[in-house]
Design a protein around this ligand. Structure first.
Ligand code: 6PG
Length: 468
């Protein structure tokens, strides 16, 4: 029996994806550097093991897959090139490799060029949803040669999450488009998580709420327009009690956020494209700041500035914080989609922004009710330039910016850091201001460097004269 598809890498993501594919009726050849791990995995797969073909060597693995072959790669980031080269040597012309890990899209495009010498195509496919998603239905963002995608489309569609029956899986463009979109997904994920953490900080330090009390607030918000996976799991994390100490587990976790780099890539890409993505940038910056634990402890003692209390009582403050989180979310998504729109133009990818929003509605980490609104907005073709110019967004932002404003102002007064929410507010206020302050910047640039400026009442480049 020959397998429908191959999979290299049986870590938590690879293993779960293999089981998901087997469950959907596909036969999967599986291979990993660790042969014991392969045999154990197949033995423990129960009935699904019948659709898994273990292969000890790369040559055996390739020989067990029906040609033209599609091979999914889910190996640690550092191992992608090594395994890809082995596959290049073992596969035949017309076969394809699907890199389903979090790869930088520039690397994906380099690998596409390198593997072309073997006649092997490379698809860069972003998979979101963690290990549960891999097992039960992730969101799948594919990019690369479309013919290679068509070969593997039935498998990817079958294993993906479904939103009201629609598969959360799509080919989004050539080259590294799939991995690029996954990168922006992660940048937005960082912003979403950061803003939730900021609101948590306000509730904890400004309002004096306990973790179980906050869990109830988030649970309640999850029944409204903030309904999303991240709000749902925030409530669960806050409600978890540590058995050993009977204290909320979250209170015992060290406040140092780690990162594998995808959020940072999103921000680097935004900067490179010249698109403002301050909300995402602030989220990455906040993770970096969180890592300076010792300095923060020292600085707290050295400055010894007492923390202000939140002026409003908690009953009045909570709806305001909900508005702030919603408005911040609008800004993060408007910025993330703007980055994708620019990248699409620069790379001539023709990214289908509405489809991207639609395949993020289920399966992925940032899945939410809000993404359904974004999907509708793009489907009504309302948002060619920026989501903030779409009627639905104008209405939502007009209704909620006040809550964001009050939260940021009150947090500043109380000395509570809300960097992503502040960045979102500043970006909003800057965006809706016809006359900003860059006229002075231009004046200064011309003064010290003769860089020239434009005048509103004349045509062409202008200079001083300045009072020196
Ligand atoms: C997903 C996630 C996932 C990512 C983790 C951790 O969509 O399933 O984005 O791919 O690896 O969220 O990312 P950090 O370690 O950078 O926080």
């Amino acid at each position: 029996m020959l397998a429908d598809i191959g999979l290299v890498g049986l870590g938590v993501m690879g293993g779960n994806l293999a089981l998901n594919m087997a469950e959907k009726g596909f036969t999967v050849a599986v291979h990993s550097l660790d042969w014991d791990a392969v045999t154990t995995f197949v033995a423990e797969a129960g009935d699904l093991g019948q659709r898994l073909i273990p292969a000890r060597t790369m040559a055996e693995f390739v020989g067990r897959i029906r040609a033209p072959r599609s091979v999914i790669l889910l190996v640690p980031a550092g191992a992608v090139d090594v395994v890809m080269r082995q596959l290049g040597a073992a596969l035949s012309r017309g076969d394809s490799v699907i890199d389903a890990g979090n790869s930088d899209y520039h690397e994906t495009e380099r690998r596409q060029r390198e593997m072309a010498q073997f006649g092997v195509t490379v698809l860069g496919v972003g998979i979101s949803g963690g290990h549960e998603g891999a097992r039960n239905g992730p969101s799948i963002m594919a990019g690369g040669p479309v013919q290679a995608y068509r070969m593997v489309e039935p498998v990817l569609t079958a294993v993906s999450a479904k939103f009201e029956g629609e598969a959360c899986c799509a080919w989004l463009g050539p080259g590294g488009a799939g991995h690029f979109v996954k990168t922006i997904h992660n940048g937005i994920e960082y912003a979403d998580i950061q803003m939730i953490a900021e609101i948590y900080g306000v509730m904890r330090d400004g309002l004096g709420l306990t973790a179980p009390e906050m869990a109830k607030v988030f649970e309640d918000w999850n029944r409204g327009r903030l309904n999303s996976y991240l709000i749902e799991i925030t409530a669960r994390v806050l409600a978890t009690i540590d058995e050993a100490t009977t204290r909320p587990l979250v209170d015992l976790i060290v406040d140092r956020a780690e990162q594998k780099g995808t959020g940072r890539w999103a921000v680097i890409e935004a900067q490179r494209l010249g698109v403002s993505a301050e909300t995402l940038e602030a989220a990455v910056g906040a993770r970096v700041l969180s890592s300076l634990g010792q300095q923060r402890s020292a600085a707290e003692k050295l400055y010894a500035i007492p923390r202000g209390r939140w002026k409003a009582p908690k009953e009045a403050a909570i709806p305001v914080l909900e508005q702030a989180l919603f408005a911040g979310k609008i800004m993060a998504y408007a910025q993330g989609f703007a980055v994708m729109a620019h990248a699409s133009e620069e790379n001539v990818w023709n990214l289908p922004l509405g489809t991207i929003a639609s395949i993020w509605r289920a399966g992925c980490i940032i899945r939410s009710q809000f993404l359904d609104i974004i999907t509708d907005t793009f489907r009504m073709d309302e948002a060619t330039l920026n989501l903030l110019l779409a009627p639905r967004f104008i209405a939502m932002m007009s209704e909620n910016h006040q809550g964001l404003r009050e939260t940021v102002a009150e947090a500043a007064r109380a000395g509570l850091p809300v960097p992503a929410l502040s960045a979102a507010l500043a970006a909003f206020d800057g965006y809706r201001q016809a006359r900003g302050t860059a006229n002075l910047i231009q004046g200064l640039r011309d003064y010290f460097g003769s860089h020239s400026f434009e005048r509103s009442d004349r045509v062409g480049a202008q200079h001083g004269p300045w009072n020196r």
